[in-house]
Ligand binder design. Structure first.
Ligand code: PRX
Length: 670
């Protein structure tokens, strides 16, 4: 690829069309795509009804496609289905001996598990859970490394109608505690430890610590992974392998209502308290299945690898549920991308002939920085499709991915979605879309996305605005667990649809639309460009963090009086965290940026946050200040802090500042 090409891509002129070979074998072709799109526009219910019938196994058909009681939706009402059945049982006739999971441990362990074997293990574990008294809708927290038993646990919960809440294995004991308490979980499934860059993460110890402050958990089931020494508490803690050895293989999947709660997944919001995003059964599995077929073009012959952890929504929808529902072969890798070295991913791709590879822009940028020599050692010829998720991908990283990993022959699907959306909403379709590097391109059929201005009116082409979704879709969030009010306020109170024509004398009705929290722009060719978050939520290495969450942790540190957290651009992580900290009266300390070496409090504070929330939240910079810039009403002006953190001269209005000298002081502190 020449420099000229790169430049032209940076000004977003060039498009990348799929090759004829790809087009001819694609699951979704242009004709069918056009038909689906127009059906969704003209016959919304018929559109979803047709897809639900063709793609999902039902024990009993639904009576209404959807019910909308703003802002609560129900899909496929009174239908009966089961997610575990869709992912396992329905494949047994044709795929019992097909590999469902190829699992690779960080220490080189490898297991291949067929659909038949996975089904048996899930049935056995379902029986274990039932024998421990788990009832439909009970909550079960899963806190595990990426090992097959984690997938088995998720599928067993969905099989019996228990609601899982997976907590990312990199999270701290405080994070587990808050999630267990919010969900009032009855069971925790964990492992003795997990491997991370050669070290053992003490998962079970973290659970033990958390459970000291929680009284809903009755049993802890422990998978043996690292064999490190752990304490097993009498009557509470049970070994997974012991339970399984005496459990029956026969278990019929529960016939669950379409709207039966499926899982809760916690994500950061604008306040310190994480939001428990609730998804339900039928709509979720339908969209997970469809998008896996359409966007990843998955075939029976493919080996598919999504590098996300099951602790995130991507791991739910595109490691476990979507691909297994499609009967695919899924690769799981327990380890990090740079251990033992930066070539490990490419080695895995070559050795396992991976065809479809889905990862995050932050990983791609880290690979770019590590140097091309790690890639040159491998062929990567098995790859036919690449994907990205989690944040906007800058054209430079896109091009690098396209030429170095995709060898200029693989389409790249830049998939936009959220924990709340359950599945991909905006993405190229690999056999159809002419791609512009850095754009998630177009909403999928059935998805009515729009960019609007402050007033909720559609923006003109090329104008920046807010991304909203104007019609419900089956895999949408149903509520924030236990907090309908927050659900309504967060997603449904900011924008309304254009008024429908009111009948004579009646006021026109404006329906609420779903607000994504993202800024976006649509170009003159109708391509969507995502511009990042517009609220106080930060994306660091593709993971959402609330600035409030980090702030409330900082102020728990005994010497801290006040703190404000903002993001600033970072080459690999996308955003880095800068914390402005006001210490208590009698304390003084030197900031990170102080040339005369920062004081010990800086490191201490950083570690304090990493320990309390998890390493992802560790601030990159701590800056001490005497005061924070506030408006007269006391609101911290984060815009100004963002400018300072990213070294920009402050632009925009500063007249609402309570004390104008603060800015000067903050700058001279730099
Ligand atoms: O800001 C958007 C960004 O990630 C947010 C959702 O984060 P989370 O719920 O953790 O889910 C991540 C995995 C689906 C969005 O509001 N985001 C996600 N994908 C993209 C993206 N931004 C730009 N381009 C994307 N492809």
């Amino acid at each position: 690829m020449t420099q000229e090409n790169i430049t032209s891509v940076l000004v977003e002129k060039r498009t990348f069309s799929p090759s004829e070979d790809f087009v001819s074998q694609a699951n979704l072709n242009k004709k069918e795509y056009e038909r689906l799109k127009s059906k969704a526009e003209t016959d919304f219910e018929g559109f979803w009804s047709e897809l639900a019938e063709k793609n999902i196994h039902w024990f009993k058909k639904w009576d209404k496609v959807y019910q909308w009681n703003e802002p609560f939706s129900k899909w496929f009402t009174h239908g009966k289905t089961n997610v575990s059945y869709n992912c396992l049982d329905r494949h047994l006739k044709e795929r019992a001996n097909k590999t469902a999971l190829i699992w690779i441990g960080e220490n080189g362990d490898k297991r291949k598990i067929t659909y038949g074997e996975l089904h048996r293990e899930v049935c056995k574990f379902s029986n274990v859970l039932l024998s421990l008294g788990v009832k439909e809708s009970d909550r079960i927290v899963i806190y595990m490394p990426l090992i097959p038993e984690a997938v088995v646990s998720m599928l067993a919960c969905t099989r019996i109608g228990a609601v899982h809440s997976v907590v990312f294995g990199g999270f701290s004991k405080e994070a587990i505690l808050s999630r267990i308490n919010d969900a009032k979980a009855k069971i925790v499934i964990t492992s003795d430890g997990g491997y991370r860059r050669g070290e053992i993460v003490p998962l079970k110890n973290n659970v033990d610590e958390a459970l000291k402050k929680c009284n809903s958990v009755e049993k802890v089931i422990v998978v043996q992974r690292t064999k490190n020494k752990i304490e097993m508490k009498d009557r509470r803690d049970l070994w997974y392998h012991e339970l399984l050895s005496s459990s029956s293989e026969k278990n019929d999947a529960e016939k669950l209502d379409s709207e039966h709660p499926l899982f809760i997944l916690y994500t950061s919001g604008t306040t310190g308290k994480p939001k428990g995003i609730l998804h339900t059964t039928a709509g979720y599995i339908l969209w997970a299945t469809l998008t896996t077929k359409w966007v990843f073009d998955i075939k029976d012959s493919d080996v598919y690898w999504c590098t996300a952890d099951i602790g995130w929504i991507t791991g739910h929808t595109y490691v476990v549920y979507g691909p297994l529902s499609c009967g695919a072969t899924v690769l799981l890798y327990e380890g990090a991308p740079n251990y033992p070295d930066w070539g490990i991913f490419w080695k895995i791709i070559d050795e396992n002939k991976v065809n479809i590879f889905y990862t995050a822009p932050t990983a791609i940028r880290a690979f770019m920085k590590a140097g091309d020599e790690w890639i040159k050692k491998y062929k990567l010829t098995s790859l036919r499709l690449l994907g990205t998720v989690g944040e906007p991908i800058n054209p430079k990283a896109w091009l690098w991915y396209h030429s170095n990993i995709g060898k200029e022959k693989c389409p790249i699907v830049d998939t936009w979605w959220q924990t709340e959306t359950g599945g991909i909403l905006i993405s190229p379709l690999p056999g159809i879309t002419a791609i512009k590097a850095g754009s998630a391109t177009f909403p999928l059929p059935g998805i009515f996305a729009e960019v609007v201005d402050e007033k909720g009116n559609k923006t003109k082409p090329e104008e920046d605005g807010f991304l909203v979704i104007k019609k419900p879709w089956p895999s949408m969030i149903r509520t924030i667990y236990g907090d309908d009010v927050r659900y309504k306020e967060t997603y449904w109170s900011r924008f309304k649809n254009e008024p429908a024509m009111g009948r004579a004398g009646e006021p026109a009705k404006r329906e609420a639309v779903y607000f994504t929290g993202d800024g976006a722009r649509v170009d003159k060719d109708n391509y969507f460009w995502l511009l990042g978050r517009v609220d106080d939520v930060l994306k660091v290495s593709g993971h959402l963090l609330s600035t409030m969450e980090v702030e409330s942790c900082l102020v728990n540190y005994p010497l801290v009086a006040e703190a404000a957290v903002v993001g600033y651009p970072h080459e690999i992580k996308g955003n880095a965290i800068c914390a402005f900290v006001v210490l208590k009266n009698d304390v003084t300390a030197r900031s990170d940026s102080d040339e005369a070496a920062p004081s010990g409090i800086v490191e201490d504070l950083k570690n304090y946050v990493a320990k309390a929330i998890g390493p992802i939240a560790k601030p990159d910079q701590i800056r001490f200040t005497e005061t924070l810039p506030k408006t007269r009403s006391g609101k911290i002006m984060r815009r100004l802090l963002r400018d300072i953190a990213s070294g920009k001269t402050t632009s925009g209005d500063t007249t609402t500042l309570e004390d104008a000298s603060v800015l000067e002081k903050l700058r001279t502190n730099e």
